[in-house]
Design a protein around this ligand. Structure first.
Ligand SMILES: [Zn+2]
Length: 416
């Protein structure tokens, strides 16, 4: 098991130093070889965030060259998960942080290529489908003041058809499409996608969940390729997460609440969560996609929505195990250190407890300090798509940008 993650070498908590003399300030900024991680962990927020920002912008340049420049703008994979949309989403994030209009221009060029490459796609979600291209395309067009493109992308979005046999999960299913609607409404105004339209999709999800759920035990359950997954990417955690952002009826909200309680009551003794109903013995995966990290983000949201202490307590317990077993030998958002750092950010935002801010910073600093070296030495896996947003260094760059103002961070394409 230990070959999946590094034993966490970092102290449980390190307060930030506030240098009072010029010499102390200089010392705090000087990274001594061999002790660089400790120095980073004690560094005050301002210089550390400058360092993370510089690293993120350097990474972004590399990612653009690798995914767009070298490919001669030929789109092999358009998706946000592992393809070119991930580069576009990172550029949009970079634009939001730096207001560099070159990022927005490049982002819209990339989106045009993704549009052409996805026009016949039958995948409908934000992360893996056509809805992501059209929704991000519309929002980027709005920011760039390009009314024609805005109308074009919105009209394309309206053409997306959800087939009857669509799954309900996040990466390929109905909630993944709903997330694109949420994204449009957030950036372009609440009624961009009318609630009557999204309501019909929610109805379908609730109907399917109840048909497979067990009343009084676990009221909602779903299947993806024959398995009843629990995690964020394909299962309950992701579906409940998006449902809680929709307008639900009181009985539907109760079903969500009891489904989450069922998960808490059936978690592993370690605080981790099974990846599916069928796989209740293997306490192995500590990923956003499968395991405690994805569930913890949903539990933090449930704590906000329902106010039950049980949810925040369970999220804190999950975060503790992410701290101990979540320093994965991968960099990405989906099943890597970058994604796991967002558990601490969500808990920091909800509780205001600086321990969680430190822990997010610790995971980010570990990546900043060690990822390149560990990957080049073969100690860490750089991802099958090493420059992608969800599996590669794109996720790392995104996390670094989010660490500049941790109070506003959001797990990319998941926390709205
Ligand atoms: Zn994954």
């Amino acid at each position: 098991m230990s070959d999946r993650f590094f034993p966490n070498p970092m102290p449980e908590f390190v307060p930030e130093t506030t240098p009072s003399t010029q010499q102390e300030q200089q010392e705090a900024l000087t990274v001594i070889h061999g002790d660089s991680l400790s120095k980073l962990l004690a560094m005050p927020h301002a210089p550390l965030s400058q360092r993370l920002k510089r690293a993120a912008l350097d990474l972004k340049e590399t990612i653009v060259i690798e995914t767009w420049g070298f490919s001669r703008q030929h789109v092999v994979d358009f998706t946000l998960y592992c393809g070119l949309m991930g580069t576009a989403f990172l550029l949009f994030k970079s634009y939001q942080v730096t207001h560099n209009s070159n990022d927005l221009t490049l982002c819209s060029q990339i989106l045009k290529a993704c549009d052409a490459a996805s026009i016949a796609s039958r995948d409908v979600t934000f992360i893996c489908g056509r809805a992501g291209v059209c929704a991000l395309g519309a929002v980027v067009a709005k920011h760039g003041g390009d009314g024609d493109s805005l109308r074009y992308y919105l009209s394309q979005f309206e053409k997306i058809k959800l087939s009857k046999n669509l799954p309900d999960e996040l990466l390929y299913g109905r909630v993944g499409f709903l997330w694109a609607c949420l994204f449009l409404n957030k950036h372009l105004g609440e009624a961009t996608i009318p609630s009557a339209y999204t309501r019909a999709v929610v109805d379908e999800i609730i109907k399917n969940g109840r048909a497979m759920g067990r009343k009084g035990i676990c009221p909602l359950m779903f299947e993806w390729y024959g398995e009843k997954y629990w995690g964020a990417a394909h299962g309950l955690a992701g579906i409940m997460h998006v449902l809680m952002d929709m307008e639900l009826k009181p009985d539907e909200l109760e079903d969500v609440r009891h489904t989450l309680k069922y998960m808490i009551h059936n978690r592993f003794a370690s605080g981790n969560y099974p990846s599916s109903e069928e796989d209740r013995k293997r306490d192995v995966l500590v990923h956003w996609c499968h395991g405690a990290p994805g569930v913890a983000l949903t539990l933090v949201k449930a704590a906000k929505v329902f106010g039950d202490k049980e949810f925040v307590d369970a999220a804190a317990e999950a975060a503790e195990m992410v701290w101990n077993r979540g320093l994965l030998k991968r960099v990405g958002i989906c099943h890597g250190i970058s994604g796991n750092a967002y558990v601490f950010l969500a808990l920091y935002q909800f509780t205001g407890n600086v321990k969680y801010l430190y822990r997010a910073k610790a995971f980010a600093c570990f990546l900043l300090d060690k990822a390149h070296k560990l990957i080049s030495e073969g100690e860490m896996h750089g991802g099958d798509r090493p420059y992608s947003l969800f599996e590669g260094k794109g996720g790392m760059a995104y996390l670094f940008l989010d660490m500049i103002d941790p109070s506003l961070s959001k797990f990319p394409a998941y926390e709205i």
